[in-house]
Design a protein around this ligand. Structure first.
Ligand SMILES: NC(=O)c1ccc[n+]([C@@H]2O[C@H](COP(=O)([O-])OP(=O)(O)OC[C@H]3O[C@@H](n4cnc5c(N)ncnc54)[C@H](O)[C@@H]3O)[C@@H](O)[C@H]2O)c1
Length: 313
């Protein structure tokens, strides 16, 4: 790998202000002093940080020793990539997928900068491709600790039209790519998560409430969120947690397919209690926390990272 082209060459962990590992580490001093000799032991906070080549040193490695899969990176503005950066900065070893060879030329340099051990194309709508990713993971790693599903898709006509005009075929395709692929991912991950694990998906507020511009993706995300609850129920006994993150609008390639997305961005930032837009780092920091052992009692959750937009009446 040629590190001189690495977009992350100069990144230090201190560049991740929202890094939960750092917040927890800071808190540890207070907790320890409060408990004196009876200070509780937090093994993950006691792990010494290793230098991550190409990323930088310092801070605690919350995901050291964990192996994770990120499915659905299109470019450096993808939410999946924002999460992958945080996973890697926290010490995880990664596998990454992109849709096809067209997106590969944008994604492969990113995967290389994050030293992904597996980087390959995967169209979840093509039978066998997701399965083949897991075959490679099983061969190379023999196990998996977490997986992020960062895929959403509806055909443009379906996305831009009224929900009630959506064809059965268009609706089924959006559900297949955006929801059923997460179920399949869970089924394929299950035998590799023998010591437990975490599955994470991306959803949006439009799955809970009707949002004008979101069209058919609203019911699709609603189904995804309900799937998260059932998956959490079914896999909880094996120590496999299933969660979703619901970010506020972020300007990405998929988002550019939503009509008047700029208005949605502006409106959300104006109305949210924090009055700001959401960054990839906001989402990535939360994702790294959720897949870590620090979140070991969290499953079936939809975690909002939207500046508080969802609490507004
Ligand atoms: N951008 C936002 O405002 C926002 C807000 C909330 C949730 N989300 C969700 O975040 C996730 C990631 O989207 P993003 O905004 O980063 O956009 P993005 O375009 O960067 O990522 C979407 C990914 O889905 C992939 N994809 C589409 N069809 C696929 C298929 N058949 N097989 C495999 N991959 C396929 C695309 O190639 C792309 O990599 C999606 O689930 C999206 O709904 C986005």
């Amino acid at each position: 790998m040629n590190r001189s082209h690495s977009p992350n060459r100069n990144i230090q962990r201190s560049d991740f202000p929202g890094n939960p590992a750092r917040r927890l580490a800071n808190r540890r001093t207070d907790v320890a002093s409060g408990f004196g000799d009876f200070a509780p032991d937090f093994p993950m906070l006691n792990k010494k940080t290793e230098t991550i080549p190409g990323i930088g040193a310092g801070g605690e490695a919350m995901l050291t020793g964990k192996k994770g899969l990120v499915v659905g990176v299109a470019n450096d503005r993808s939410i999946g990539y924002g999460c992958a950066r945080h996973f890697r900065a926290a010490g995880a070893e990664l596998a990454m997928t992109y849709l096809n060879s067209r997106t590969g030329k944008f994604v492969l340099p990113l995967a290389s900068a994050l030293e992904c051990q597996i980087a390959r194309s995967c169209d979840v709508a093509v039978p066998g491709q997701l399965e083949s990713v897991f075959e490679e993971i099983a061969r190379k790693w023999g196990r998996l600790d977490f997986a992020l599903h960062s895929i959403g898709y509806a055909r443009a006509d379906d996305l831009h039209g009224r929900v009630i005009d959506c064809s059965a075929e268009g609706f089924a395709h959006a559900m297949l790519v955006s929801v059923h692929s997460f179920l399949r991912l869970a089924k394929l991950a299950e035998p590799l998560m023998t010591s437990g694990g975490c599955l994470l998906a991306l959803t949006y507020y439009g799955g809970q409430k009707a949002v004008q511009q979101y069209g058919v993706m609203g019911p699709v995300k609603g189904a995804l969120e309900t799937a998260v609850a059932y998956m959490a129920l079914e896999l909880g006994g094996k120590g496999i947690r299933v969660n979703a993150i619901s970010p506020g609008p972020v300007a990405t390639r998929s988002a550019s397919g939503i009509s008047h997305f700029d208005q949605l961005l502006d409106h959300s930032a104006k109305r949210a209690p924090e009055h700001r837009q959401i960054s990839l780092d906001d989402v990535g920091a939360l994702a790294a926390f959720l897949v870590s052992d620090a979140a070991s009692a969290m499953t079936g959750n939809i975690s909002y990272v939207d500046g508080g937009y969802h609490v507004m009446g």
